[in-house]
Write a protein that binds this ligand. Structure first.
Ligand code: HEM
Length: 388
């Protein structure tokens, strides 16, 4: 079952339901032509994989030995010195450094900074009566928030924005590799600057951590943070706004019986930023409860979207946070609180300022076997005539 075709990208929920009917919770898929994997649709099976890291490690080294350099999904999945692509002691070392740095982030400062910048961005369009919420609001807001916590400012933030844009506009394997080299070189400069003059920020705390990470290792951790933080948090904001604008039931209850966090949770169930992710590689073949064998070294990938039968079906899910949008187990997102903080402020500020937004055009998605992001979210609203 191919995850890379336009047909799949157009109607993923439809295909998931079809495949669940045909194969049950473990679906044999292709991530690219000839790149075989198993997609886990069942919530119970997903937890079994995510909570057994010895049987299902995240280390792809056995898989990538047999995968050519021009494989279109190799760069997304290949190994590297980060918690996301290692197992055991190595994973614990990198993850320990991330967790220690992320808990030191001053959430009050972050909240105040994000609020201030959200208002600045909204002020630039709310007298106009229309806006493109990805380019004019969500993306720059999230990037600024992540720059703040990492400790990137001035010229480095402009260079970083260019490097990330090059990675988003990737068309082929070579341009993806070039984008990644550019990002690494900008982050290397950042790390050297922090080495010379440490600050109160994640980059400096990673450098100073007792794990003794080298400069190259800190560059890899920062690249992982930008990769895991910027697009996913932007997508969460946009997907939740889209849901509010298109679901009358949700829009009517928001601010009353439904909180911003409830709306975010609904989007995390039905439209998670990473749709199929948390890739694991059993080192020996695994027999699952339903009699299916998972081959050794072949990717096992988890469906994070509740597009099939899901843990709670389509019932009212207020207060239910059993979605897998942030993963689970020892690789589960160490910064879900930070992502949710940024998204909550973004939504609260926007809904307060322009509560009468409506979608202005047909929406376009950028998709891959792993994600589904809105390329733009144009909206129209009554222009606000005078600033308070
Ligand atoms: C709404 C926003 C976010 C979503 C949906 C999200 C989702 C995820 C998911 C699904 C994983 C698990 C990957 C796996 O099991 O293989 C993960 C891991 C991770 N996330 Fe997040 N994330 C978000 C925000 C952030 C932010 C803001 C940061 C950093 C500031 C961050 C840093 C990380 C890191 C470092 C890992 C790797 C942890 C490990 O492998 O041990 N994420 N994230």
């Amino acid at each position: 079952m191919p995850l890379y075709t336009a047909g799949f990208a157009a109607e993923p929920a439809h295909w998931f339901r079809e495949w669940e009917g045909e194969f049950g919770s473990l679906v044999p898929v292709e991530l690219a032509p000839g790149v075989l994997a198993t997609l886990v649709l069942g919530h119970r099976e997903a937890l079994k994989v995510l909570h057994n890291p010895d049987t299902f490690p995240a280390d792809p080294s056995g898989w990538q030995r047999d995968v050519s350099g021009d494989c279109p999904v190799r760069q997304m999945l290949e190994g590297g010195p980060t918690p996301a692509r290692t197992a055991g002691v190595e994973h614990a070392r990198y993850r320990g450094a991330h967790v220690a740095a992320l808990v030191r982030v001053d959430q009050h400062m972050l909240q105040a900074e994000v609020e201030r910048y959200a208002v600045e961005l909204i002020n630039a369009f709310w007298t106009v009566g229309s806006a493109e919420l990805r380019a004019q609001f969500a993306y720059p807001l999230v990037l600024e928030a992540v720059n703040r916590l990492v400790g990137v400012s001035g010229d480095a933030s402009a260079a970083l924005a260019r490097a990330l844009a090059a990675l988003t506009e990737v068309r082929d394997v070579e341009s993806a590799a070039a984008g990644r080299r550019l990002l690494d070189s900008v982050l290397y400069e950042v790390v050297q600057g922090k080495q010379a003059a440490p600050g109160e920020d994640v980059a400096s705390w990673l450098l100073a951590h007792e794990a003794g990470l080298s400069e190259a290792e800190v560059v890899a951790q920062l690249a992982l943070i930008y990769e895991m933080a910027v697009e996913p948090t932007t997508a969460l904001i946009l997907n939740t706004i889209r849901l509010i604008l298109t679901d009358d039931r949700l829009a009517a209850a928001l601010g009353g019986s439904l909180s911003t966090r409830d709306a975010l949770d609904e989007a995390l169930f039905t439209d998670p930023p990473l749709t199929n992710w948390c890739v694991r590689y059993p080192h020996v073949p695994q027999l699952m409860d339903n009699g299916v064998w998972l081959p050794a070294h072949q990717p096992v990938i988890i469906s994070l979207a509740d597009w099939h039968s899901g843990p709670a079906g389509q019932a009212d899910r207020r207060g239910n946070r059993s979605h897998l949008a942030f993963g689970a187990g020892i690789h589960g997102c160490p910064a879900d609180g930070i992502g949710l903080l940024i998204a909550t402020i973004a939504l609260d500020q926007l809904m307060d300022a322009v509560p009468d937004m409506r979608p202005a055009r047909k929406l376009v998605w950028q998709t891959s076997p792993f994600h589904r992001f809105l390329t733009a979210l144009p909206v129209a609203f009554e222009p606000v005539r005078s600033l308070p």
